[in-house]
Write a protein that binds this ligand. Sequence first.
Ligand SMILES: [Zn+2]
Length: 83
Amino acid sequence: MSQRELLLVLSHAHGCSACRERLLSDPAPLLRSRPLTEAEKSTLTRLKFEDFITPELLAHATGCTMAELDRYRDEPVVRLRHL
Ligand SMILES: [Zn+2]
């Protein structure tokens, strides 16, 4: 089971191209203040543009399941709050 904070970041970045760009180009400042484990930060830092093309690829790249990503997509905090 993946952690909530990781899924919040992934779900938002998947749906928001502006935040996805920032996560891919300069992840450190964006992740620093978040309650993520070192392993989760490292996973997020390694993501590439291609990993966001489909939910399957994103799940594969992050060790999350598609069901987990799905469950977070409609959370208000994911839809309304930029990273
Ligand atoms: Zn955003």
